[in-house]
Design a protein around this ligand. Sequence first.
Ligand SMILES: Cc1cc2nc3c(=O)[nH]c(=O)nc-3n(C[C@H](O)[C@H](O)[C@H](O)COP(=O)(O)OP(=O)(O)OC[C@H]3O[C@@H](n4cnc5c(N)ncnc54)[C@H](O)[C@@H]3O)c2cc1C
Length: 438
Amino acid sequence: MGQESADESSAETWSNWSGSVSFEPDEILEPADEEELREIVSACAEAGRTVRVAGAGHSWTPVVETEDVVVSLANMTGVVDHDEDAKTATLYAGTTLEEAGTKLHDRDLAFPNLGDVSMQTVAGAFGTGTHGTGPTFENLSGSLVGGRMVTGTGDVREFDAENDPDLLRAAQLSLGTLGIFTEVELDLQTTYKIQRREYCTNWRECRGHIPTLIEENRNFDFYWYPRSDEVKLRLLNAPGGGTDHNDLAYATLVEDQTGWWQETIPEHDDIGREFDEMEYALPFEDGLECFERVRERVREHWRADVGWRLLVRTVAADDAFLSTEYDRQTMTISCIQNAELEHWPYFEDIEPIFREYEGRPHWGKKHTLRAPELQELYPEWDRFQEIRRELDPDGVFLSEYLEDLLEAESDDPASERQLATERTEPGRSRDESGGDEP
Ligand SMILES: Cc1cc2nc3c(=O)[nH]c(=O)nc-3n(C[C@H](O)[C@H](O)[C@H](O)COP(=O)(O)OP(=O)(O)OC[C@H]3O[C@@H](n4cnc5c(N)ncnc54)[C@H](O)[C@@H]3O)c2cc1C
């Protein structure tokens, strides 16, 4: 996607999906294989150049941005091998979740869960802790049990859960700063069918039912629409499972379809126009209270400017060092804004509410935190940095943005640069919003 966007405008420009991150690196390279990738990283290490690996460019933070070299693994896709009995598979790291879904299903295998879309690459999705919803499902990187990466010295490092448990916990969510994964080994399950039901209601009617809906359904989340105060409830279950339809008398059924997991968990309808997003991961027990406060603030101050919905999901706790769910059961809240409209004034107004609850920002979605604030939120922050410095001693993977994000002592914050770039986008009027999203 990033590469496609780049090709559309000029050979030198790289843009993320929404267009809110755009830059011109010296080179955008697509190595044919691991050996060619090794040569690129070694040459950059020797020349003191930075290398950032891109997935599908679906992050809203400038995690791929660099003046030097962007690498895409668009040529390194597909299944390396699989074991149907052990329910494991190894994929090339540039494989998209969509391609992985089809190819794993053909082999009777499946991810336990997915997020809202499947255009991301597998390694890119792990790289920022992409998640779906459901209180018993970790973010997608919970499936990672081993793999291969090209480290900052240009060496190939293999790792697995048994021999390198700490490296695995660091690698699960590592923003391309430990190494560039070339292969990822996954712990999976047998392929399965899912029934998706969607109901429309409003906040007053459904508010009291949310805890039960979370408890009774495999995957439950809801969209809240600021302008109308309406709510869409989404319930995904094994066919016939979950909350009984008769117990949802306060809501109207608008969709009921059953299909294989890879076709049914992500939304395959056209998303419509592009948007930008901020999402925070909150302690589960504070999530609904926090949402009530965000809802109030949005209704008081942002109703006219924000037509797009907010999304509330749940994620299971895990032990990956930089996981937004590290050691805590989580509820996430996303604020979404039309990509043609200003997002920072809205996001910066809501962000302090999330921070009051010790919210952790999604690594791939807009936020303003940098290393000094982030390190307070992650108990194993130092252990992660130790491993990162070991694998990338010269900081080949550390762009200015990543340095500000991960090196607390950095004295040249890129945060203002980033915000300045993003804020200088052409002025946009609220009249252009196009109204509520469907
Ligand atoms: C329309 C849309 C819907 C979304 N839905 C969800 C959702 O439901 N849930 C959710 O949590 N997020 C969601 N996101 C966010 C998205 O899943 C994450 O930002 C994800 O990281 C993007 O993956 P990507 O392949 O595009 O990687 P990129 O955004 O290109 O890169 C992400 C990170 O991964 C690193 N990386 C990429 N490839 C490798 C590699 N081979 N080795 C090591 N590091 C690598 C990059 O360096 C970077 O740090 C959504 C985004 C969009 C645009």
